[in-house]
Design a protein around this ligand. Sequence first.
Ligand SMILES: *[C@@H]1O[C@H](CO)[C@@H](O)[C@H](O)[C@H]1NC(C)=O
Length: 457
Amino acid sequence: MLLEVALALVVGAVLYLLLFRTKEEILPIGDGWWGEGQKPNSAEDETIRPFKVETSEAELNDLYRRIDETRFTPPLEGSRFHYGFNSTYLRKVASYWRNEFDWKKQTEVLNKYPHFKTRIEGINIHFVHVKPPRLSKGCTAKPLLMVHGWPGSFYEFYKIIPLLTDPAGHSLSEEPIFEVICPSIPGYGFSEASHKPGCNSVSVARIFYKLMLRLGFREFYVQGGDWGSLICTNIAQMVPTHVRGLHVNMVFVSRMKFTRPLSLMLGQRFPGLFDFQDEDVRRMFPFLKKVLYKVIRESGYMHIQATKPDTVGCSLNDSPVGLAAYILEKFTTWTDPEFVNLEDGGLERKFSLDDLLTNVMIYWVSGCITSSVRFYKENLGQGIGGSQHDKVPVKVPTGVASFPSELMHCPLSWAKGQYTNIVSFKFMPRGGHFAALEEPALLADHIRQFTRKLEQK
Ligand SMILES: *[C@@H]1O[C@H](CO)[C@@H](O)[C@H](O)[C@H]1NC(C)=O
């Protein structure tokens, strides 16, 4: 008996030291080089080159031929979206893509903001840079880095950019006004993919920090959801003095607290004990149905991408309709889990096919799906909670917009475990994982409120 207690204490202490202890206060910046072959001795070319999205006729004809040759499998009777993307509805999407979707017009939409590329750590980094179209005297624009996630792209921000860079043009008060920089994560869209293994969220955080310095910004705001949230968090952990404020619309809870399993068992009955608010309880309980089963049902893709990204990438990069099904399925159930019960997955309830297919096209024309899914292996290959940054607290002032249909709800009391200076946490009234594209006005409003709060201090 005594021996067992002693053993339990030792195991407990070792686990505690391995998992829960705060080791460092700042994430080391480090360095990296992701180009092809050997790193050259010469200094990197730091020029910033304008870029335009362009596609040739040949590429479009190849796309149309592949859409025409798609082999569909009929869905099971009455299955709606329970088995994944309903292929009867997929035929409709494919037919729209083939016959009505106007990519030429969409490239004009994409090119209405200035794009650039510049080389950082051996690879070409693509970004959109939007300055305020009008600025009253005495007003200064605040630089804001916005980072997308998977399976999204810089295009997710096209509806929120005008609200942030031109508030007066949208009947909003002029302050705060932002100058927005939306880069593509390496291996996503028009950013070159790393040629070497290991380019994870911390590497990308450093690359984007270097990008901001290169653009002349020494102090800036950062914002993101999905991978963007993790990358921006890493920037805040790495160079806190450069980050004025961190805003996220998804919280990764990686720092484990030993009370957490307990709170999941007892939180519904004793919310006060675990610092849960009523809305937390509504969103998380019953725990099995609202969190555990949902997460298991929605995260199969993650296991594949974190282990064998190149295999799944092979077929996705070869079939445009397969790629669309894989990407667009996320835009149904990650927007609202109830959409699985609808025959069309509710896809067009919150998004237009033009916007959705533009995002798919960014993956297709750049051929980036394989490199984009590799990011899961780079980040999750060591297991959750095993990375260095998981143990570094975030001290930069933080704002959290918590959308009700987000994949996994993170209560404020949990978020505080990693983000020690949350100045604004808001339960948003509606919206899901792709908040910037789905609810741009709500998200912009919270980013503005958060910034105003910080600027007043
Ligand atoms: C698939 O979607 C189509 C079009 O929305 C719908 O008519 C059909 O009933 C759905 N099929 C199944 C099996 O749910």
